[in-house]
Design a protein around this ligand. Structure first.
Ligand code: 6GU
Length: 250
């Protein structure tokens, strides 16, 4: 049993209210409630320096939209880093970031403290990204109006990997995504649903046969839908063997 640990996630945002409802529900809510994760929300505007609490400005060189000024972000980071506790990993959420992968989420789940900066789609002064962040993350190839939904997506993926937060101790390991594959199909009652049955093998009681069948399903689904996920050299010997025996087309 891993020793319980608390992860602190500080979120810097212009829309603090965005997080209140999701943080009370599901795995986020549970993680917060049982004290595995501490989430603190900070309003970027509180770190503005003028009496109008200005956080954005027009882009140098012209163009549409506004750009997040560097000073409030930097002030917030300095202040947050000065708080007691482990030193934080600073992550900027931006469509220009590295696409988020389960493998990276796994690594980041080992951090004790993370600061998430929610950017805006018009952009944030590049010097913040260049000199004041440890890394930049994107959650996919589409543009959101702000980093807030991305922060929630990232948090969900992260928190479910802190073992003590999961309902079932090992429910995270079973997933084929852990091995870089899509999940095998799942079925539950009724056995006949509107004329559609369930694969017979699942009633065989032969756990080894079922395990191999699931593996084969996960592999063939991945080949068909997400061949980009399959890195031959990363496949386990068992998966490679199953893969070679799969029919070329089905
Ligand atoms: Cl992290 N932010 C924004 N604004 N758009 C995104 C994104 C992040 N990831 C994908 N699209």
């Amino acid at each position: 049993m891993a020793s319980p640990r608390v992860m602190t996630v500080d979120i810097l945002t212009l829309f603090p209210g965005y997080f209140s409802s999701p943080m009370g529900e599901g795995i986020l809510g549970r993680g917060v409630e049982d004290g595995r994760v501490r989430i603190r929300i900070f309003n970027l505007r509180d770190f503005a320096e003028d009496r109008h609490r200005t956080v954005d400005d027009r882009p140098f060189g012209g163009g549409a939209g506004m750009v997040l000024k560097p000073e409030p972000v930097c002030r917030a980071l300095t202040w947050l880093k000065g708080l007691p506790g482990p030193s934080p990993r600073v992550i900027l959420l931006t469509p220009q970031g590295a696409p988020l992968k389960q493998s990276r989420v796994k690594e980041l789940a080992l951090c004790h403290r993370i600061i998430l900066i929610c950017g805006r789609y018009e952009g944030i002064d590049e010097r913040i990204a260049d000199f004041f962040c440890d890394e930049q993350i994107s959650i996919g190839d589409y543009v959101l109006s702000g980093g807030e939904p991305a922060a929630l997506v990232f948090l969900d993926a992260l928190i479910r990997l802190i073992p003590e937060v999961m309902g079932c101790a090992d429910s995270g390991k079973e997933e084929s995504f852990e091995e870089g594959l899509l999940e095998y199909p799942q079925y539950t009652r009724p056995r006949n649903f509107k004329g559609h049955g369930v694969p017979e093998i699942l009633f065989s009681g032969d756990h080894e046969k079922i395990r191999v069948w699931r593996r084969r399903q996960a592999l063939s689904k991945t080949i068909k839908r997400r061949p980009d996920l399959i890195e031959e050299e990363r496949l386990s010997p068992e998966n490679r063997k199953i893969l070679m025996k799969l029919p070329k087309k089905d």
